[in-house]
Ligand binder design. Structure first.
Ligand code: ATP
Length: 233
């Protein structure tokens, strides 16, 4: 079903050709995880929820693949935090941006940033750098599912707290992020949403969340996942 959505998304001009290849890379790593949320991913999802709940100006970044795979979850995540939803494309063209925005609106998104960029991320070439002041520039925490390494590193250099969702624990994005969720975005977003709901229900204090974050070590977590992949799941 995921493959079909990605292929359909490409035919509709929403997913870039390179998005097909990226999806294939993701599938390969997912096989090595046993196509399930492993313990380390579950932990990263909880830590991501803490970051998002403590953030002052969180942003959820959407691209073509995530728009076709998880439009409802992206919208729900942005609503419950609440966080701004911003379209950010590696292969940006205005037609694709508009199609993604329309798709998100069809799924109920009320406010979407990125159609009219008014800022640039320093250190990237023009098209990849385009973003909004209200979104990326002012964000303290930004969640970037299926991101490319250059953008992830540039965001890190800007001092953002980065949450990546990336099935490849070896990617530059995974290494640059503060929290890397090595899980399929289709499983990761619903899990993060339910962690946010659970943390609120349990009324976990800010201090508890901060100490959870302080105890988390992203490189150790990535190392454990790599070992797990070597042992097949
Ligand atoms: P980097 O630039 O970070 O070193 P890259 O060149 O692979 O890595 P992209 O092509 O932008 O950068 O990567 C997209 C990433 O998303 C890939 O690492 C791929 O494994 C991952 N990916 C693809 N599909 C999914 C998915 N459904 N869920 C989670 N991750 C995925």
């Amino acid at each position: 079903m995921k493959r079909e959505k990605i292929i359909e998304g490409m035919k509709m001009g929403i997913v870039a050709e390179a998005g097909l290849i990226a999806h294939g890379r993701g599938e390969a790593f997912d096989y090595l995880l046993g196509e399930k949320t492993v313990l380390e991913a579950d932990l990263a999802e909880k830590i991501a929820a803490y970051h998002l709940l403590l953030a002052k100006n969180p942003v959820v970044s959407v691209n073509g693949n995530t728009a076709v795979l998880v439009p409802d979850d992206m919208i729900k995540l942005s609503e419950i935090i609440p966080a701004k939803l911003e379209i950010n494309l590696f292969y940006r063209n205005e037609e694709r941006v508009k199609k993604i925005a329309d798709l998100l609106r069809d799924h109920g998104a009320k406010e979407i940033l990125g159609e009219n960029p008014d800022a640039e991320i320093p250190g990237l070439d023009h098209k990849r750098a385009l973003c909004t002041k209200e979104g990326t520039i002012e964000a303290d925490v930004i969640i970037i599912p299926l991101e490319d390494g250059d953008r992830a590193s540039a965001l890190k250099k800007m001092g953002k707290t980065i949450i990546a969702v990336d099935l490849n624990p070896l990617s530059r994005t995974s290494k640059a992020a503060d929290v890397t969720v090595v899980d399929d975005v289709v499983r990761a977003l619903p899990k993060m949403i339910s962690y946010i709901e659970e943390i609120r229900k349990k009324e976990e204090s800010e201090d508890m969340m901060k100490s959870g974050i302080a105890d988390f070590n992203n490189s150790d977590n990535l190392e454990k996942i790599l070992n797990r992949m070597g042992k097949k799941g």
